[in-house]
Write a protein that binds this ligand. Structure first.
Ligand code: WT7
Length: 653
């Protein structure tokens, strides 16, 4: 492949050779513009439907959409069985790389047997379509098998990131009223076995006398660590699933059957159970994985570095790629174990062709230095993807130049837990990309950048900032918040209710060419290393400490993680320790209560917090302080002098 260089305006047209064989061409935009429904019906044709749908979209009960009405299909059949039936049983589905260096290659035929065994055993446990299953597992093949077995049986799964605390797990188990938890004894973390089953036990322990809804805990042996055991409730995977029959007949479900719940942070402390369903979700994840990553089944080796605990793992490790008969790498551990060469060694070992990661990791690689990746043969790579937060142009260029040898396309993909699949992204064979821009809505997707009133921000002459909204329903959109449809309406559909638009919570800008740049959250949600954490949940973890009377949390710019958590706390009169030991204790407390990702970067003890007359904390001003900027407008503050005191204590601390 030839190098392509930036045009004088700093943008990158696709290489002719790439464009010539690309899965998606300009005609996709034209087809979708001409007839959206026909376009999505055609994309749905990528799947095997046991019963064809009668109608593409029913939006009469907006904002709850029904896609592919009347159709019936089985997600696991589409992700596994049909590839084996088509003669691809010997193709590797998963090249799994364990953190300690062990590995497993799992073919589609083997994956089918594993998923069937698990489905048979879950049925034996008495689980029936509609029952919820919580999955709290490290990145091991059984986690993917568990998700697919649930999908096969119509059991909505709720995957809880294995780095989350027992409290967070319990909250999610309770909210979904899960009957089963699937977990592992422990997980490898930088050479050490961290307990997981023990965390499950702590979560399920009858807090304040309230027993959980969980009847059984199914445990995969991964690290061999000692585990506490409750006879009758706890079950070993190798004693139950492994001996089960590898034959299982998949039954089709309605297109709108719930597929999974995934909890994400909102502007209040309570996480939202985002609900996704079957037919539309699988259609859009399959279509976008095909079009955006230009994936060629049987030829490409694909690697998405996300964890299955996040939506990226659901959509671009499990459902989209497997529906598309992908051969993919799944890696259990961290990028710097045993050293910083790990990712590049894995790429060399398996000949990875498509690599999808997050900007925070790209910036970490930059920090470690280009000598590390350049010591490896990365010539197999032909496409790079980015997701999770805005990628700064410098990181974008480094990614393309150092990892992509200045010849691979880079696709910056904007989407959310709520959107289920990629919404705004370049198409690698079509789009002339600009470092840092997500560029344009995909064919079939319609978005706008608007002002407070919903008027389009002007573009052409000057750049214009506004709110990012989606003005047409899309197949993989969320269908609600589990157990709280009112919150669903209020969170996403109230802001532009008159127009009937979905408000994404992000700010965006249109440049003078009309191309779209996502600027980040405009609400009280922080983005730390691509993970959403609400200011409210960190604040509530802080005030849980007896020494803390009040807390205000902001996301401040961070060169590596995108945003870093900065907290301002007022101490209670009982607080005896006010020094660094307390700060450390508070940081550890938040990490333990929520997850290590939520650990504040800085905590400042202050005498007062800046409030408006209505008592609302002015986060904007705290952000100015945290980022060391001149203060913005302080006229609405009750007591403008509060900042003198805050600054003094920040400098002292
Ligand atoms: C929020 C969604 C989508 C999977 C990972 C995160 C931010 C995501 C981009 C991007 C700029 C991005 C947004 C969005 N975001 N991708 N390419 N450019 N910002 O999923 O946890 O639901 O977070 O992540 O702020 O709203 P999530």
């Amino acid at each position: 492949m030839t190098e392509t260089t930036a045009d004088p305006r700093g943008s990158y047209p696709p290489a002719a050779a790439f464009a010539a064989t690309a899965n998606a061409g300009q005609e996709l935009y034209d087809q979708a513009a001409a007839d959206r429904d026909a376009f999505w019906a055609e994309q749905a044709g990528r799947l095997d439907w046991q019963q064809p749908f009668e109608r593409v979209l029913d939006w009469s009960a907006a904002p709850v959409a029904q896609w592919f009405v009347g159709g019936r299909l089985n997600v696991a059949y589409n992700c596994v069985d049909r590839h084996v039936l088509a003669g691809h049983g010997d193709q590797v589905a998963i090249h799994w790389e364990g953190e300690p260096g062990d590995s497993r290659a799992i073919t589609y035929r083997e994956l089918l047997a594993e998923v069937s065994r698990a489905a048979n055993y879950l049925t034996e446990l008495g689980l029936v379509a509609g029952d919820r299953v919580a999955i709290y597992m490290p990145m091991i093949p059984e986690a993917i098998v568990a998700m697919l077995a649930c999908a096969r049986l119509g059991l909505p799964h709720s995957v809880v990131f294995a780095g989350f605390s027992p409290t967070a797990l319990r909250q999610r188990v309770d909210d979904a009223r899960a009957r089963l938890v699937i977990t592992a004894d422990g997980q490898w973390r930088r050479g050490k076995s961290a307990p997981l089953k023990e965390a499950v036990d702590e979560a399920l322990y009858a807090h304040g006398g309230t027993p959980s809804s969980v009847e059984h805990v199914l445990v995969v042996r991964r690290t061999g660590i000692e585990v506490p055991w409750t006879e009758g409730r706890d079950l070993w995977w190798h004693e139950t699933v492994t001996p089960a029959s590898p034959e299982h007949q998949a039954e089709p479900f309605e297109a709108e059957h719930p597929l999974f719940i995934l909890y994400t942070s909102g502007t209040t402390g309570k996480p939202k159970g985002i609900l996704h369903t079957t037919g539309g979700y699988l259609t859009q994840t399959s279509y976008t994985h095909h079009a955006v990553f230009d994936h060629k089944p049987g030829r490409d080796v694909y690697w998405c570095t996300a964890d299955i605990g996040w939506i990226t793992g659901h959509s671009y490790i499990v459902y989209g790629p497997l529906a598309n008969r992908t051969t993919q790498v799944v890696y259990e551990g961290t990028p710097n174990f045993p050293d910083e060469h790990r990712h590049w060694q894995i790429i060399e070992k398996y000949g990875v062709t498509i690599y999808y990661t997050a900007p925070t990791l790209v910036r970490t690689f930059m920090k470690w230095g280009r000598a590390i990746p350049t010591a490896h043969d990365l010539s197999s790579i032909r496409l790079l993807g980015s997701v999770g937060e805005p990628i700064n142009p410098e990181a974008w260029r480094w990614y393309r130049e150092v990892i992509g040898a200045n010849r691979t396309p880079v696709v910056d993909t904007w989407w959310q837990t709520e959107t289920g699949a990629i919404m705004i992204s370049p198409l690698p064979g079509v789009t002339t990309t600009k470092p840092g821009a997500a560029m344009t809505p995909l064919p079939g997707i319609s978005a706008r950048v608007v002002d407070e009133m919903g008027e389009p921000v002007s573009h052409g002459e000057t750049e214009a900032n506004g709110y990012l909204v989606i003005d047409q329903p899309w197949p993989s959109m969320l269908r609600g918040i589990w157990g709280d449809m009112e919150r669903y309406r209020a969170t996403y559909w109230e802001r532009f209710a008159e127009q009937g638009w979905y408000f994404a919570g992000d700010g965006a800008k249109l440049d003078t060419d009309g191309d779209l740049w996502v600027l980040g959250r405009v609400d009280d949600v922080m983005n730390v290393s691509g993970h959403r954490i609400s200011t409210a949940e960190v604040e509530s973890a802080l005030v849980a400490h007896p020494s803390v009377a009040e807390a205000a949390v902001v996301g401040a710019e961070d060169p590596t993680t995108g945003q870093g958590i900065v907290a301002f706390v007022i101490l209670t009169t009982e607080a005896t320790d006010t020094g660094s030991a307390l700060i450390e204790e508070l940081k550890t407390g938040v990490a333990k209560e929520i997850s290590p990702i939520a650990r504040p970067r800085e905590i400042h003890v202050v005498p007062e917090l800046p409030k408006t007359r209505s008592g609302k904390i002015m986060r904007r001003l705290l952000r100015d302080t945290a980022e060391g900027r001149q203060l913005g407008d302080t006229s609405t503050l009750v007591d403008p002098s509060v900042f003198e005191a805050i600054r003094a204590s920040k400098e002292a601390g």
